[in-house]
Design a protein around this ligand. Structure first.
Ligand code: ADP
Ligand code: ADP
Length: 228
């Protein structure tokens, strides 16, 4: 469902962040993207949620070529992708409920449906009881739960996470990983860039290692493979 063919990405400052990638990821897979800092992991996942456009090559997401996607079609495309960031990126003046409901308000879902669906995903991340709180009243782990709830509220086929546990302590990290596993168990593809060697080595999944903008390793049930 995700296929990259001969993908290159050179930034305007001349840095080649992705230097010829061919890869295929099927629906329902759980994929870790690992590699040293500056290897190109973020650029790799940013191209999947159309935050960056490849300089050349093809990126097919369910048949849509992102390299050619018209600007006006980007919002529609993004609705079908959940994205989770290291720094949560919640809207600070909106409550937990409103942050999650936002994506559904945009598509003009009925208030009745929005309420049902928002409470359903808040329940999944264990935060139903904090629906009325503001992000700054929550711990980091709780804020990340909200951002995960936001990412899945539209029932996307794929969730992309860039270092989602990078700011969290080990215990909270495991709680967050359980949620991603649950999301994946329900059939959603999960693609996660991470530096967390414990997670990768414990929750054995496909590992794609990137170095110097190239895939240097791609293993089912792989290891982290770096000393950190
Ligand atoms: P735009 O998408 O408009 O080019 P960016 O946010 O990608 O804007 O980058 C703005 C400028 O900052 C660019 O000129 C880029 O070279 C520089 N820049 C941004 N992020 C990085 C980075 N991680 N490493 C080096 N330069 C960067
Ligand atoms: P990683 O996520 O593995 O740390 P990145 O994809 O962020 O790697 O970066 C790969 C390379 O591209 C690095 O050399 C980085 O400085 C550069 N880079 C990342 N974003 C930008 C940008 N917006 N503009 C210019 N260079 C960038």
């Amino acid at each position: 469902m995700i296929e990259m063919q001969e993908v290159y990405k050179k930034y305007r400052n001349g840095v080649t962040a992705i230097n010829g990638i061919d890869v295929r990821i099927n629906q329902g897979e759980f994929v870790y993207v690992v590699g040293p800092s500056g290897a190109g992991k973020s650029t790799f996942v940013k191209m999947m949620y159309r935050e960056e456009i490849p300089t050349s090559g093809t990126i097919l997401m369910n048949g849509v070529n992102l390299a050619k996607l018209k600007m006006k079609k980007v919002p529609l495309y993004r609705r079908n992708i959940g994205v989770v960031f290291q720094d949560y990126k919640l809207l600070p003046t909106l409550t937990v409920y409103e942050n999650v409901a936002f994506a559904l308000e945009v598509i003009e879902a009925s208030q009745k449906y929005i309420k049902k669906r928002v409470m359903e995903v808040l329940d999944l991340v264990g935060l139903k009881h904090k629906a009325r709180m503001l992000p700054n009243e929550l711990s980091g782990g709780e804020q990340q739960r909200v951002s995960i709830a936001r990412s899945i509220v539209n029932s996307p086929k794929v969730v992309i996470a860039d270092e989602p546990t990078g700011n969290l302590d080990p215990e909270t990290t495991w709680e967050i990983m359980k949620i991603f596993e649950e999301i994946n168990n329900r059939g959603t593809t999960v693609i996660m860039a991470t530096h967390n060697r414990d997670i990768v080595n414990t929750l054995k999944r496909r590992v794609i290692a990137i170095e110097g903008g190239k895939i240097v390793r791609d293993e089912q049930r792989g290891d982290y493979g770096y000393e950190n």
